[in-house]
Design a protein around this ligand. Structure first.
Ligand code: PHE
Length: 515
């Protein structure tokens, strides 16, 4: 506790003893000491139950620049008249000269003086000669405004009869009224207690049995706790929040991705991925043992059958995959292998809305979340990682738009040059791998995968035939590793990550030119 707090305590104690009570505001005003210092001492005395506090509040007057000027110099208009009268017997001065002789602070004080004096007809102004003349009738012997302000300075807590006056002075920006909370202290149960209250039960107190006669400070449950140096966003989440922010700024809406477990139906079948596809093997995908299967609810049955049909027989201009599609295989639960499972579900929802309303609403969507693959682990691969996915559904869009959007998207992260390589995804046609030129590494690196969703995926959902959906996906880890200069993914993700590094890592500026 600061020494002056103890001094205050002694004084407060003494004053309560002689007067029966103590008012924080009057004391602060009388002795011209900061109110908060007295309140600090009072609060501490309340804790030790030396005093009982009662809260109260009052309006208070605070002087603004011009008010303070008037308090020390008088009203500016009267000053101006006096200046004119002092200069020569006619009480005349050019405006420029008067301005020159007038105080410069606070700003515009001369303009205020001039306009008030004009308004009160204490001066006249000849514009052609730029000359100000003091009026014969101007009386500079009384300064009512200064007198009022001095009175308020003496007692800054306004009385009822001053209401009108204060309103006017507030309007003139001479002062402002504010509320102040203060405390009234009276004797508490421990008043006069000379022993100092203990804050801790120490070994010494226990050893010599002093604790029996000691007074202990009671707990202050309202006190602010000590700030703990805990919690820091993981670097991956820092980068994630940046991508998220950027996509939100571009007008994309976030898709709900909070379920890691998905059915094979949404993860593969709805995406026209055949059931024999190697990715659907347990070597590549984590299947769930319990619950092993998802139930297909009634509302989904029609669409479920249309998906079966397009796999088996094709349609919508496609020959299909020509095999016997298994509903059981489709119901197998898994840890989603990509966030495209979520995109598919959302597109189906949009199709349902279209069916209901006859209106198709174009959409720009994104997600950033975790996916799982049964991969062999090495320094750049883990069995779980994060994907960023973007989806745009609209009429009259195609490959050109996809490339334009990708360029815009990656440019924001400092990747200016892109290259595309044809690839294959069961659910997009055409499909393109995206490569970006990494200035720091001075080489082309694969940064994403993209394409236009196939009609075999969109039309069974029930989306209008003239709607195209362009989409792309990329991992979150890859750009993060490159940006933070991390070579081993285990330093970024998993139990080997150093908490100290997490604390230290700043939010990396992905928009950095050199990325
Ligand atoms: N799902 C793909 C992947 O996991 C990424 C992708 C998304 C590709 C959307 C095309 C369209 O790699």
């Amino acid at each position: 506790m600061e020494p002056h707090t103890d001094n205050f305590k002694e004084t407060i104690h003494h004053l309560i003893n002689t007067n029966g009570s103590f008012n924080s505001l009057s004391y602060s005003f009388e002795k011209n000491v900061p109110h908060q210092d007295i309140v600090g001492a009072l609060k501490s005395m309340e804790m030790s139950e030396t005093v009982v506090l009662q809260k109260d509040e009052k309006n208070q007057i605070e002087f603004l620049d011009e008010g303070r000027f008037i308090l020390s110099h008088g009203s500016p208009n009267i000053m101006l008249v006096q200046l004119l009268l002092k200069s020569n017997p006619e009480g005349k001065l050019s405006k420029a000269k008067a301005l020159d002789l007038f105080p410069k602070e606070p700003k515009n004080i001369f303009d205020r003086a001039f306009s008030i004096a004009m308004k009160l007809k204490q001066i006249t102004y000849d514009k052609t000669k730029d000359e100000i003349t003091a009026s014969k009738t101007a009386d500079t012997s009384v300064d009512n405004v200064q007198a009022d302000l001095l009175r308020f300075q003496k007692d800054p807590h306004p009385q009822k009869q001053d209401e009108q006056l204060l309103k006017q002075y507030s309007k003139d920006k001479l002062l402002k009224e504010s509320k102040i909370v203060f405390w009234n202290a009276t004797k508490g149960p421990n008043f006069g207690e000379t022993r100092k209250a203990e804050t801790d039960l120490t070994i010494e107190l226990l050893h010599n049995d002093d604790w029996k006669n000691s007074k202990f400070k009671s707990y202050n449950f309202n006190a602010k706790g000590k700030e703990h140096n805990t919690g820091a966003l993981h670097p991956l989440l820092k980068v994630r929040s940046q991508y998220r922010q950027m996509l939100l700024e571009l007008g994309f809406h976030e898709m709900p991705t909070s379920n890691f477990v998905e059915s094979s139906f949404w993860n593969f079948d709805s995406l026209f991925q055949p059931q024999q596809h190697p990715a659907r093997d347990a070597h590549d995908t984590f299947f769930l043992i319990n619950p092993k299967f998802s139930k297909i609810n009634d509302a989904l049955k029609d669409y479920f059958n249309r998906v079966k049909d397009v796999h088996e027989n094709g349609g919508y201009g496609s020959t299909g995959w020509k095999y016997n599609w298994s509903a059981e295989e489709s119901c197998k639960n898994l840890l989603r292998t990509h966030t495209t499972a979520v995109s598919s579900k959302i597109l189906y929802k949009m199709a349902c809305e279209y069916k209901l309303t006859g209106i198709f609403k174009p959409a720009k969507l994104f997600s950033i979340d975790r996916v799982f693959r049964n991969e062999s682990l090495d320094k750049t691969h883990l069995a779980e990682f994060h994907q960023i996915e973007g989806v745009i559904a609209d009429r009259n869009i195609g490959l050109g738009h996809l490339m334009g959007v990708l360029e815009d998207f990656f440019q924001r992260f400092g990747i200016k040059r892109l290259r595309y390589k044809p690839t294959f995804n069961p659910y997009t046609e055409p499909s393109m791998e995206v490569y970006g030129f990494h200035e720091k590494l001075n080489k082309w690196v694969e940064i994403g995968n993209s394409g236009i969703f196939r009609p075999e995926m969109l039309l069974p959902m029930g989306l209008p035939e003239d709607v195209q959906v362009i989409a792309w996906g990329l991992s979150l880890e890859r750009p993060t590793m490159i940006n933070y200069g991390i070579e081993n993914i285990r330093e970024l993700f998993g139990h080997e990550v150093k908490i100290s590094d997490t604390r230290k890592s700043s939010i990396y500026c992905l928009l950095n030119e050199n990325v």
